[in-house]
Design a protein around this ligand. Structure first.
Ligand code: F6R
Length: 613
């Protein structure tokens, strides 16, 4: 969603703000703009479309100044247009505001301000913010900070703001209430940003603003206050990421780079969470063995790809811990009045740790006095801070909008967690745990093997990419793989794709199958009857002349004989096969998107981090 950057220092601000915005492009946007303070005035430049349009405009009419804010907007209120792009100004052009999030009561504020004579130029909710600050100044607020505090008290919703004012030419204001914002501390210069990659090159120390905090930032000092004006002591953290982590490292896209990072990410998780005896090591998780023993129920909540990880977590946890496990989408859970009690562990899965519906679900769970364990990638994120315990997936920044390495890391986290809980509850005997962990150790090499096969996957994708639709089928552990494979395909190639539990096919989607329909069947070997059932489903597709593409284990000639095309993957333990199989489907979607010529890292209409409902 929208990206905010801001700068105060000695250097020319515009190139630094543009660099920051480029590093936030992955969040998704449809217009962008900058506002710089210079010679007692504010100069603004905004453009619709990609950042290159803004760069061209700045090349024609450069903006000068050492203090400023920048923004990439993902339209919520009002279409993507130059007039709706941020920054937004007060009526005299003395205050510029960039905003991420939603001001829920903007219509009433707008009506009130209009009654006082304000003429709004945009359709956005944001524009009420500079107008409210202006109004408070008119009404006699002695300083900008007082005007700001009074204006903020009128806002409802979730937001992060970056603000500059022509009357305070050396200051940048930052506010956080429900949407993430960080302060990056460089050498005699300071940045603000929605996310760490925006500042990684110039700042190695950061302050994560907390909800209800604001900062007044000058080149030589920073003051942080609660929104009621009381001063708070900032907590400064070192960033342990290298700037290269947010770069493409020679790959044509971030997504392809991130797909290739998966073996390393999984190896890292195994290294950090398995002890010398080959048992899970999660003692620092923050939930005691006693707690896991008395636990009765687990509820997993998340959205999108993270929800598919939750579906996998459910099957695995039920299989190895004996616990009853349910899953729900964040957006449903928060409104359906869930019957959860203290004996329920709520597991929230989120790459960003900032997804609005997941966060709201966690807050609801905590109000019901449940413990919350999050599986999260971003340290310092709101989810990580609000959970009782966190399993960090430690993938490094995921920049490609379509999630890849975060997903396989979430699956890996569930394996380690399930083994840990299964052992504590004595549902899993130690030999089985060591087998599972040994199986997990084999997964990175199996993924390498799939990556090495990418040319043949590309050929299959190029052959089938141009149809209007495709169907993905899987069962048991690989039912979530089917859903996730279909999601990847539609997100980045814009080809309609549907994921289904293979056994459900005959209850509806079978009507779609004809000689033009690619049907991707995940049919890797399993030790139970699911493999045979999957073969029966493939035969049902065959009987209706569907174009069958199978994901099968090496050497499985029986399945190969049924298919038009086969993607071979190495055999790993049943439970772990989704971690390998999805990599084949990520590549299939990737090359379909490449063949269809889409913008793979920044697919249309999508945002990386969905911080509004
Ligand atoms: C899909 C994708 C989204 C996210 C979803 C939740 O590729 O990335 O579906 O999985 O928006 O995001 P997080 O995991 O940040 O809560």
């Amino acid at each position: 969603m929208c990206g905010i950057v801001g700068y105060v220092g000695q250097r020319s601000a515009a190139p630094l703000l543009m660099e920051g915005l480029r590093n936030l492009e992955y969040r998704g946007y449809d217009s962008a703009g900058l506002a710089l303070l210079h010679q007692g005035r504010i100069a603004v430049c905004r453009r619709v479309g990609r950042l290159v349009r803004l760069e061209e405009a700045l090349a024609e009419t450069p903006l000068e100044g050492h203090v400023g804010v920048g923004h990439t907007r993902w339209a919520t209120h009002g279409e993507p247009s130059e007039i709706n792009a941020h920054p937004h100004l007060d009526s005299e052009g003395r205050i510029a505001v960039v905003h991420n999030g939603i001001i829920e009561n903007f219509s009433e504020l707008r009506a009130e301000l209009q009654a006082k004579g304000h003429r709004f130029v945009s359709e956005t909710d944001t524009e009420v913010v500079p107008r409210l600050i202006e109004e408070e100044r008119r009404r006699g607020a002695p300083t900008l900070i007082v005007a700001l505090i009074r204006a903020l008290a009128r806002l409802r919703g979730a937001f992060a703001l970056g603000i500059v004012c022509a009357d305070e030419p050396d200051a940048l204001y930052a506010v956080r209430e429900g949407s993430p914002l960080i302060i990056g501390l460089g050498e005699n210069e300071t940045f603000i940003a929605s996310d760490v990659p925006a500042v990684l090159r110039h700042a190695r120390r950061v302050i994560y603003l907390r909800d209800g905090e604001m900062a007044v930032i000058r080149a030589d000092r920073i003051e942080i206050r609660r929104l009621d004006g009381t001063v708070v002591q900032p907590e400064i953290r070192e960033i342990d990421l290298q700037p290269e982590a947010a770069e493409r490292a020679g790959f044509e896209t971030f997504m392809l780079k991130e797909i290739h990072e998966q073996p390393r990410v999984i190896r890292g998780l195994v290294r950090d969470h398995v002890d010398a005896e080959g048992r899970p090591k999660l003692d620092d998780l923050g939930l005691s063995s006693d707690y896991f023993q008395i636990l009765r129920r687990v509820m997993i909540v998340s959205c999108g790809t993270a929800y598919h990880a939750a579906l996998y977590g459910k099957v695995l946890l039920e299989n190895v811990t004996g616990l009853a496990v349910e899953t729900d989408l964040g957006s449903e859970f928060r409104y359906r009045g869930p019957r959860i009690e203290r004996d329920t562990l709520v597991i929230a899965v989120s790459q960003s740790g900032e997804t609005a519906d997941t966060l709201a679900s966690v807050r609801l769970a905590r109000r019901k006095r449940c413990k919350v364990l999050s599986i999260c990638n971003v340290r310092g994120s709101t989810l990580a801070r609000e959970s009782d315990a966190v399993f960090f997936t430690n993938c490094g920044p995921e920049i490609g909008v379509a999630s890849t390495k975060a997903y396989t890391a979430q699956l890996t986290a569930f394996v380690l967690l399930a083994a840990h809980i299964g052992l504590i509850r004595e549902e899993l005997d130690p030999t089985r745990v060591t087998e599972l962990i040994a199986g997990l150790r084999a997964v990175p090499d199996a993924i390498h093997y799939v990556l090495d096969r990418k040319d043949s996957i590309r050929a299959i994708a190029y052959k089938h990419h141009d149809g209007p639709s495709s169907l993905y089928l899987g069962r048991k552990f690989n039912y979530p793989t089917a859903l996730e494979g279909a999601l990847k395909n539609k997100e980045i190639s814009y080809q309609h794709a549907e994921g289904y539990a293979a056994g459900e096919m005959k209850h509806g989607p079978i009507a779609l199958i004809n000689e033009y329909m690619p049907v991707i069947c995940i049919c890797t070997r399993t030790l139970d009857e699911v493999y045979e059932k999957m073969i029966s489903n493939i035969r049902e597709v065959e009987a209706r002349h569907g174009r069958i593409i199978v994901v099968a284990n090496d050497g499985d000639e029986r399945v190969r004989a049924l298919a038009e095309d086969t993607i071979f993957v190495p055999e790993v333990m049943d439970e772990l096969s989704p971690i390998v199989n999805i990599v084949a489907l990520q590549l299939l979607a990737y090359y379909a998107a490449q063949a269809r010529g889409t913008d793979i890292d920044k697919p249309r209409n999508l945002a990386k981090s969905v911080t509004v409902e």
